[in-house]
Design a protein around this ligand. Structure first.
Ligand code: PLP
Length: 405
């Protein structure tokens, strides 16, 4: 059998290499402190779980549900946008529920991409931002993550030099993996640029509620007047309500784009299990203290991580948002690259992180640290790392175990 065209465009997840080393260590009984995957360890809010239990078994809940989401759920998402961003949405035409935001993003890429279409995506970035389009036959041109003049310079060059011209740009702030945040002024410039150059703006706002400065909640691109003409934005219940396994997210924005996504989805799925949708609506409509508590938990962990890793000799830029820190690989180890360094951390410090190159070639001098273990375990990770750095410092040459084998 020859190689499948689409599969050739999907290299094995880089993270798998590190996962294998992690699994081997665990098989040997090692207690790995796992700061790798952004998989929330917190519980979903109790009242949301109650709602789910209450709804299971009710009449008609076992049937196929609605592919674009039940009306009450779409209304709840519209109410969230109005409350949080002052953005009015028509729940019938400008909101669609998705099976997690990742599914929504990937199927939006399917909906709008013709083979050879050029899409501008940040590098490094959450993998589906590029691979959603690659799977759809598109071509990726990278732009920087930092929302500054360089970003617009790269966009200008892309518009001038890409053949054919790009059709869309992806923005993701707070960023996974870099935790970079963006201002509404930046979004104003993005929307103006997009309108001038006939680009669609796809905004991934999965970390909308995971921020640490109460005065600076991440804005939505849709707050920019006129953004609705060109924008779709994705949000997720995964991090906001620690409901990652429930697979519930949303796309909202431009009617034509939402209709295109809904059409593709109508061929593929029947929507999430109705009780999950009912409980998700209860989460959006219900008390919001659980979100503030989640934020506080991650903030304490972030502080513990920056403090303890700093004392271990690893200075980590303080993330303002998201559940991640984007940590430069300490100088003595940088040349080995992020995959080998990540393997070494597992083998020598019993700590797992995500290699930066898994998010794109421009990430290879970094690893991503997710604060998905409690403070005590984060501090333990720092102690392990300090011990490893001290031991490595006594060696003339640090040779990664995995490379030496
Ligand atoms: C930026 C970003 N977008 C989307 C997702 C996927 O979220 P969901 O669980 O809603 O599919 C993640 C998950 O880590 C993410 O970091």
């Amino acid at each position: 059998m020859t190689d499948f065209h689409r599969i050739r465009r999907l290299p094995p997840y880089v993270f798998e290499q590190v996962n294998r080393v992690k699994a081997a260590a665990r098989n040997n009984g090692v207690d790995i402190i796992d700061l790798g995957m952004g998989n929330p360890d917190l519980d979903a809010p109790a009242h949301v779980i109650e709602k789910l239990k209450e709804t299971i078994g009710k009449p008609r809940t076992d049937r196929y549900s609605a592919s674009k989401g039940i009306p009450g759920l779409r209304r709840a998402q519209a109410a969230y946008y109005e409350r949080r961003f002052g953005v009015k949405l028509n729940p019938d035409t400008q909101v669609v529920a998705t099976l997690g935001s990742k599914e929504g993003f990937a199927n939006m890429a399917q909906a709008i991409t013709a083979p050879g279409d050029v899409i501008l995506t940040p590098n490094p970035s959450y993998p589906i931002h590029a691979f959603g389009f690659l799977m759809a036959g598109g071509v990726i041109r990278s732009v920087p993550v930092e929302p500054d003049a360089q970003f617009f310079h790269a966009m200008e060059r892309a518009v001038q030099h890409s053949i054919p011209k790009p059709i869309a740009v992806v923005v993701c702030y707070p960023s996974n993996p870099t935790a970079t945040v963006a201002s509404l002024d930046f979004y104003k410039d993005v929307v103006a640029f997009a309108k001038k150059n006939d680009l669609i703006v796809l905004s991934d706002l999965a970390y909308a509620e995971l921020y640490f400065d109460d005065n600076e909640p991440p804005p939505s691109v849709l707050q920019v007047p006129g953004a609705m003409d060109v924008t779709v934005e994705f949000t997720s219940m995964s991090k906001t309500f620690s409901m990652a396994g429930w697979r519930m997210g949303f796309a909202v924005g431009n009617e034509r784009l939402i209709a295109a996504l809904s059409r593709v989805k109508s061929y593929l799925d029947y929507g999430a299990y109705t009780p999950i949708q009912v409980a998700a609506a209860a989460a959006l409509n219900g008390p919001q203290e659980c979100i503030a508590e989640m934020r506080e938990t991650y903030k304490r962990r972030r502080d513990a991580m920056v403090d303890s890793f700093g004392r271990a000799g690893w200075d980590i830029p303080v993330p303002k948002a998201s559940m991640f820190a984007w940590a430069p690989i300490p100088e003595p180890f940088r040349a080995m690259g992020s995959v080998e360094f990540s393997k070494l951390l597992i083998e020598k410090a019993e700590v797992a992180v995500a290699p930066g190159v898994g998010f794109g070639e421009h990430g290879d001098d970094y690893v991503r640290i997710a604060v998905v273990e409690n403070e005590q375990r984060i501090r333990q990770a720092a102690r392990n790392i300090r011990r490893f750095f001290e031991q490595a410092g006594t060696l003339h040459n640090v040779v990664p175990l995995s490379a030496a084998r």
